[in-house]
Design a binder for this molecule. Structure first.
Ligand code: GLA
Length: 393
C-alpha cells in the first residue's frame, strides 16, 4: 500500500494544485555484473518497486523537493538557475543534477517546480534507488515542459549525474534498465555499442525471489571505484600488445593466452571476472532463449562464484544468503545482484517451493548473521513514464 501521495503533496506544498504523476522503477540484474564499465554485456530488468514523483510547475524560479523517505530533511529548496552540487542538499542532489544536465543539453526549463518523491525500493539495497530518482526526474521534466528527450540521451545524462555530479564511476546499466524497461522482459545490453534487445522472461512455474541481506551499502563509500580502476589498469596492460578497446572484446581463450601481460595479480583476477562474466552473460541469454532454465541457473551460480573469488565484491552476508539459497529444493540458480558489498541477491525458485525457500534461508541467515533478511517476489514492470493517479495507489 502506498501512502496517499496526492494528500501529502497538497499538505506539504500547501497548495490545492493538482500535480502530474510519474514513476520510475528500480532494477535487478539477472546476470552480467561489473561488466558494464568494461565494454561487456548486462541482462537487467526493471521491477515494480520504484520511485513515484508528483510534480507541478511553479510560477517563480524555485525548485522545491520533498521526499517522504527523508522527512527529516524537510523541503529542500534551490533556484533553477543555480544547480551546483551542494552537500547540504543531500538526496536532492540527484534530481538537481538531472535538471542541470538536461538543461545543459539544450532543453529549456524555465520555471521552478514542486516535486514530491516517494520510493518503495528498500534503501541501500542495491536495486538502484538513485538511478530511479534520476530517471523519474527525467520523465517529470519531459512531461511538465513538453520536452522530447531522446530516451538513450536521458539514460546517458543519468549516468553523467552519477559520474560527474555525485562522483560514482558507475556504468550505464542501471539507468538503461530503468529508462528502457519493459514488462515481463529483461534487456540484453551491449554496454559498448548500446545495442540492446528485449528477452521475454519465461520462467514456467518459477519465480524470481529478491533476497535483501539488509546489509546496507553505499557505492561511493565502497570499493566500486577501486574495482573499476583495477580493470582499467588490466586493460592498459593488455593494450601494450593487443589492439582491443575494452575487456569485453576478449573471449575467455584470448584472455588466457594474454593474461601474463597484466602485471599485477589482483588486476588479473578482476579482469578475468570481467571477461568470463561477459561471455557467461551472452551464453546465459542464449540458454534462456532456448528455454533451458537449468543452464541459465548454473551460469548464475558461476557468476556469483566469480564475483566472490575473483572480483571480491560479495562479502559474508551475500555469500551466506546465496549459499543457503543453493541448498534449497526447487532452486534453479542464485547470485548477488547489483554492485555487491551487501544489498540484494536473487534466486530463481519453483513457485511451490517459494515459502519453504524463504523460511529455510531466513533461518540459516539469521543464525549466522544475527538479523533476518527480507524477501520480495520480483515483478518485472515497465520503465520510467508518466502514470495516472490511479496507478499511484
Ligand atoms: C552498480 C552500477 C552499475 C553496475 C553494477 C555492477 O549498480 O551502478 O553501473 O556497474 O553496479 O554490475
Amino acid at each position: 500500500m502506498l501512502p496517499n501521495l496526492l494528500e501529502q503533496y497538497n499538505s506539504i506544498f500547501n497548495t490545492s494544485e493538482k500535480p502530474r504523476f510519474f514513476f520510475a522503477p528500480g532494477r535487478i540484474n539477472l546476470i552480467g555484473e561489473h561488466t558494464d564499465y568494461n565494454g561487456g554485456h548486462v541482462f537487467p530488468a526493471s521491477i515494480s518497486f520504484g520511485t513515484y514523483a508528483l510534480a507541478h510547475k511553479r510560477t517563480d524560479q524555485k525548485l522545491c523537493f520533498y521526499s517522504l523517505n527523508f522527512p527529516d530533511s524537510g523541503i529542500i529548496e534551490c533556484d533553477v538557475n543555480n544547480l551546483d552540487y551542494n552537500d547540504a542538499h543531500n538526496w536532492a542532489n540527484f534530481p538537481k543534477g538531472m535538471i542541470k544536465f538536461i538543461r545543459e543539453s539544450g532543453h529549456e526549463i524555465t520555471t521552478g517546480m514542486d516535486i514530491l518523491f516517494y520510493g518503495n525500493i528498500p534503501n541501500g539495497a542495491g536495486l538502484s534507488s538513485s538511478a530511479s530518482i534520476e530517471m523519474v526526474t527525467g520523465v517529470v521534466l519531459e512531461g511538465l515542459f513538453d520536452l522530447e528527450i531522446d530516451r538513450i540521451k536521458m539514460i546517458q545524462i543519468g549516468q553523467k549525474v552519477e559520474n560527474d555530479y555525485i562522483g560514482v564511476n558507475s556504468g550505464i546499466m542501471d539507468q538503461f534498465a530503468i529508462g528502457k524497461g519493459k514488462s515481463n522482459h529483461a534487456i540484453l545490453l551491449n554496454s559498448q555499442t548500446l545495442d540492446y534487445q528485449y528477452a521475454p522472461i519465461l520462467l514456467d512455474n518459477h519465480v524470481i525471489i529478491i533476497i535483501n541481506t539488509n546489509k546496507q551499502r553505499t557505492l561511493a563509500g565502497s570499493k566500486y571505484n577501486e574495482r573499476r580502476a583495477q580493470c582499467e589498469q588490466a586493460l592498459a596492460d593488455l593494450q601494450t600488445e593487443l589492439s582491443i578497446q575494452s575487456l569485453g572484446d576478449l573471449t575467455n581463450d584470448e584472455f588466457e593466452q594474454h593474461k601474463h601481460l597484466i602485471k599485477n595479480e589482483l588486476d588479473q583476477k578482476r579482469a578475468k571476472h570481467a571477461v568470463y562474466e561477459n561471455q557467461r552473460t551472452i551464453e546465459a541469454t542464449h540458454k534462456l532463449g532456448l528455454g533451458d532454465l537449468e543452464a541459465f541457473g548454473q551460469l548464475m551460480n558461476e557468476s556469483h562464484r566469480s564475483l566472490q573469488v575473483d572480483y571480491e565484491v560479495t562479502g559474508l552476508e551475500l555469500d551466506t544468503v546465496v549459499s543457503a539459497a543453493w541448498e534449497q529444493p526447487g532452486v534453479i540458480g542464485a547470485r548477488m545482484t547489483g554492485a555487491g558489498f551487501g544489498g540484494c541477491a536473487i534466486a530463481i525458485v519453483e513457485k511451490d517451493q517459494a515459502d519453504n525457500f524463504k523460511s529455510n534461508v531466513d533461518k540459516i541467515y539469521n543464525a549466522k548473521i544475527g538479523y533476518p533478511p527480507s524477501f520480495y517476489v520480483a515483478t518485472i514492470g515497465d520503465g520510467a513514464k508518466e502514470i495516472t493517479e490511479e496507478c499511484a495507489k
